[in-house]
Design a protein around this ligand. Structure first.
Ligand code: ADP
Ligand code: MG
Length: 350
């Protein structure tokens, strides 16, 4: 099922949690809603689910207006970060819950429920644990039970609000891989909330970046990483160097470094930004005639496994920035803290 969010604005008293949000989620996609805490991710999910009402805008499912439709009629499955299982029920009863509470007319028979729960247990790879209680499972297993419970009612799409947020890194990685696999198998439309860039990049077909109640960019993981639409997306998706400067006569001037500006950019103060792995360090002035290199002092060297990070301070503007490189390249450079080097600022954006 496809989901369309049209011009949604949601305020609490005088605070605007979502401002004119537009979003299209095509059928069958796994979409990540990525943004810092407080950016409105949960609010948007609750609106789509029908747990909240917006002041303005509409929500369409398969082109049909659902804005005022009751939660129970939306056929949505949810899993929340702290969506506790029922402690006094075993795993079987937890998964069966959504089916057993249906009205008599739509409730499956006992035998049908048994079959369904067992096939879900197989799907989430927890066969044999039907009679355990939640307290007897690990965190990762409990989240898989929560997912099975959400899937039991055969939702048309699944909303997951930081479902792995409370788990440790290794278990999270496993569950991510498993969710990806499950998505491929079931072909469900999934909207997945996370504040973890890596999780979004690894899992999603499409990433929606949110900030302060607005959608900043929608794109494939590659697109938003390689072509961030603005400085917020740029810095949220990885480490970034920022340089203050100005645009003058069609040139970007950042201290003593100069770059050709794209046509149509307005003159005046500007911020140049670039990724640390695009800062190319050398001991000698680069051969190229363009003045895209600056001199910098190495303040600190950090070894990060296969990567090495240099914290640098420009000699001209005194601005601090970073360069990252492979360990091999670092060893070839033969530099240490306190040295002065030349750094070419590649792939600069403004
Ligand atoms: P996220 O899930 O991205 O962390 P939320 O959607 O939970 O963000 O919240 C977005 C903003 O809306 C936050 O500043 C939060 O404090 C505010 N907010 C959320 N729910 C309510 C509420 N019921 N009443 C008042 N403010 C709220
Ligand atoms: Mg939230």
């Amino acid at each position: 099922m496809s989901i369309e969010v049209v011009n949604i604005t949601k305020s609490y008293k005088n605070f605007t949690a979502l401002e004119n949000v537009n979003l299209h989620i095509p059928e069958g996609e796994l979409v990540a809603l990525l943004g810092p805490s407080g950016s409105g991710k949960t609010t948007l999910l609750r609106l789509i689910a029908g747990l909240e009402q917006a002041q303005q805008g509409s929500i369409l499912f398969n082109g049909e207006d659902n804005t005022n439709r009751d939660v129970r009629e939306r056929k949505v499955g949810f899993v929340f970060q702290h969506y506790a299982l029922f402690r006094h029920m075993n795993i079987f009863d937890n998964i069966a819950f959504g089916l057993t509470v249906r009205s008599r007319k739509t409730r499956p028979s006992k035998e049908e429920i048994r079959e369904k729960v067992h096939s879900l247990l197989r799907l989430v790879q927890l066969e044999g644990l039907a009679h355990r209680y939640p307290s007897q499972l690990s965190g990762g297993q409990r989240q898989r039970v929560a997912l099975a419970r959400a899937l039991a009612v055969e939702p048309k799409f699944l909303l997951l609000d930081e479902p792995f947020g409370a788990l440790d890194t290794k278990v999270r990685q496993e569950l991510r891989r498993w969710l990806r696999h499950l998505h491929g198998k079931l072909g469900l439309t999934i909207l997945f909330v996370t504040h973890d860039q890596e999780e979004a990049m690894e899992l999603a077909d499409r990433v929606v970046v949110m900030n302060e109640g607005r959608v900043e960019q929608v794109g494939s993981p590659e697109e938003i990483y390689l072509k961030p639409a603005n400085p917020f997306v740029y810095s949220f998706l990885g480490r970034v160097n920022l340089f203050r400067g100005r645009i003058q006569n069609g040139r970007i001037k950042l201290g003593e470094a100069e770059f050709t500006a794209e046509q149509g950019v307005s003159e005046g103060p500007a911020i140049g930004y670039m990724r640390p792995h695009d800062a190319e360090v050398s001991l000698h002035p680069p051969q190229s005639a363009a003045a895209t290199a600056v001199q910098a002092h190495i303040e600190r060297i950090t070894l990060l496994g296969p990567l090495v990070r240099l914290e640098l301070r420009r000699l001209d503007t005194k601005e601090v920035f970073e360069a990252e490189m492979g360990r091999q390249r670092f060893l070839e450079l033969l530099v240490e803290e306190g040295d002065v080097v030349y750094v070419t600022l590649n792939n600069l954006s403004i």
